[in-house]
Design a protein around this ligand. Structure first.
Ligand code: GLN
Length: 446
């Protein structure tokens, strides 16, 4: 049914870079055989899943939607891919994204743009826009994305689906092509909260192959799905409902708060005073890490290589000049500058200090509250092309999601309503490793 749907709408949506149809049918038949033979089947047996194209899949092209990696076929699977296979899911294909996950609209893909299934004139968000659009359009039942500054939650909000960024370290990053290693985290897109809990069960857990992966047991997240928020303390940070947030978005979030209050949640305004520094701190730290992570694309080890070079330095230069798109180049230049002698203390080190202050804001808020609630994005999905000439405007569309990555805490975006026929997302932010409470609150809205 998912492939029938792909045949019907993919031409318009363009969610996928690669489809793995034959492989998917072969795996589905394998599961059918097991069922027919009366064998036990794993919990997500046969569930079609789409994987963002920055997550390594053995024998299947993994491009990061970059010309630099247009022909890169990984010899190994990311840990999440291994875990999803073990859980029985069937991979449908690899989804389109902003090149190397840098962007908020999927328009920075080195190949083509993806449409928002609700309105093809609008962006699906980014950078995991292909994954969000695939789930929203019924071209997959669930999908996997990565979130460095909002890249799961923002497209989930724009496409009217659920998107969860787990606590840093909760899900292994082994096999995720690194953008900003201290911020990157893998998470699921789903249509409902139960599926989100099931996916989180499948992908979480310690991995010796990722040194930042957290030790400890993983709970069964479906046990958190109690229809009960009575007595729960929910904080609404005033910095997230102030200037720059579309009043219509505030109205939708306000309605959700009323519902939670009527169910017995205790709601109070609170403050995260360093919020306004999240964007500059993020764009210094993320670009610094990216400039270092992307140094490996030199034409020697992976993907594209310029063939017409005079010598090795010329080969590096031609390969990188042609292989990377404009946004990736901008980030490499910004990051290199921020890390360079004389500027390191003024920019990079300062940004790290601000990061600590932002983390402390959350620590303080969570002394009092169980969950924080805010819009996921300042506006619903914007028009294609609208922000492409203005990088700062594009960066601003992540203003509500960036701080969560800087603090390493979990955040989920759930559909909260509509403005002019476009979905609006609401974000729940939790304590480290308390995804369970986020799912519990989210479940109230089903
Ligand atoms: N839009 C943000 C950026 O461009 C976040 C991207 C992401 O989370 N991968 O950096």
């Amino acid at each position: 049914a998912v492939f029938d749907r792909i045949d019907a709408v993919e031409e318009k949506v363009k969610a996928y870079v690669t489809l793995t149809r034959e492989r998917a049918f072969a795996r589905a038949q394998e599961i059918d055989r097991k069922i027919a033979a009366g064998e036990a089947i794993p919990p997500l047996a046969g569930i079609p899943v789409a994987i963002k194209d920055n997550i390594c899949t053995r024998g299947i092209r993994t491009t990061c939607s970059s010309k630099m990696l247009y022909n890169f076929v990984p010899p190994y699977n990311a840990t999440v891919v291994e875990k999803l296979e073990a859980a029985g899911t069937v991979m449908v294909g690899k989804t389109n994204m902003d090149e190397f996950a840098m962007g908020s609209s999927t328009e920075n893909s080195g190949f083509f743009a993806t449409a928002n299934p609700w309105d093809p004139e609008r962006v699906p968000g980014g950078s995991s826009g292909g994954s969000a659009a695939a789930v929203a359009a019924g071209e997959a039942i669930t999908a996997i994305g990565s979130d460095t500054g909002g890249s799961i939650r923002q497209p989930a909000a724009f496409c009217g689906v659920i998107g969860l960024k787990p606590t840093y370290g909760a899900v292994s990053r082994y096999g995720l092509v690194a953008f900003a290693s201290s911020l990157d985290q893998i998470g699921p897109f789903t249509r409902d909260v139960t599926d989100c809990a099931l996916m989180l069960n499948a992908i979480s857990g310690h991995d010796p192959l990722d040194s930042t992966s957290a030790p400890g047991d993983v709970p069964d997240f479906t046990s958190c799905l109690k229809d009960d928020v009575k007595g729960l303390k929910i904080g609404v940070p005033r910095e997230y409902i102030g200037e720059g947030i579309d009043p219509a978005v505030k109205e939708v979030v306000g309605q959700a708060l009323k519902l939670l209050a009527s169910l017995g949640a205790e709601i109070e305004e609170t403050t995260l005073p360093h919020s306004r520094y999240a964007l500059p701190a993020y764009y210094l730290i993320a670009t610094a890490e990216a400039s270092s992570n992307l140094a490996r694309y030199d034409g020697v080890r992976y993907g594209y290589r310029a063939e017409d070079a005079r010598d090795v330095v010329d080969m590096f230069m031609k390969t990188r000049s042609r292989g990377f798109g404009p946004e990736v180049k901008r980030r490499i230049m910004l990051g290199t500058y921020a890390l360079s002698a004389g500027y390191y203390d003024a920019y990079y080190l300062k940004a790290l200090k601000v990061r600590t202050l932002i983390k402390q804001d959350f620590d303080r808020a969570f002394e009092k509250f169980d969950v924080l609630l805010a819009p996921t994005t300042p506006t619903p999905a914007f028009k294609r092309g609208e922000k492409m000439d203005d990088p700062l405007q594009m960066y601003m569309s992540d203003i509500c999601t960036l701080a969560v990555n800087l603090a390493g805490i979990p955040g989920i975006s759930i559909p909260a309503g509509f403005v002019n026929g476009l979905p609006v997302g609401m974000q729940l932010i939790g304590k480290p490793f308390d995804e369970g409470t986020l799912l519990r609150v989210a479940y109230t809205f089903e």
